[in-house]
Design a protein around this ligand. Sequence first.
Ligand code: NI
Length: 139
Amino acid sequence: MPQVHITRRERFSASHRLARPDWSAEKNLAVFGKCSNPSGHGHNYVLWVTVAGEPDPETSFVTDLSLLSRIIKERVIDHLDHKNIDVDVPFMKGRYSSTENLCLAIWEQLVEPVRELGVRLVTVKVEETENNYAEYHGE
Ligand code: NI
């Protein structure tokens, strides 16, 4: 049976700071750029969650996108939106708040509930700015 990929987009706004405490301010600025600003800064993030499955013979839908959206909101967006990622977000504890790490953590939050929906999580894509995004495919 054909597997079709379908993607849901969600958005959240959050603040963070990227800096290693064991590095000087100069080195943090050189490596992390504006993201090392000592008092933090914000982004309007965009999250794409792609799942795959067989279209239902009756509806032709791979899954109920309203259910997928609810899972993403409850497991991810509600924890991140209008929060300081470095302080407020349990699933980011102990991780640098890079876009790469957001992808990994969001994948962990979603992989099981998405499986329970009867589809397979394929890609988590997080856009930090319109010029930068990261993707994770579970590999
Ligand atoms: Ni940043």
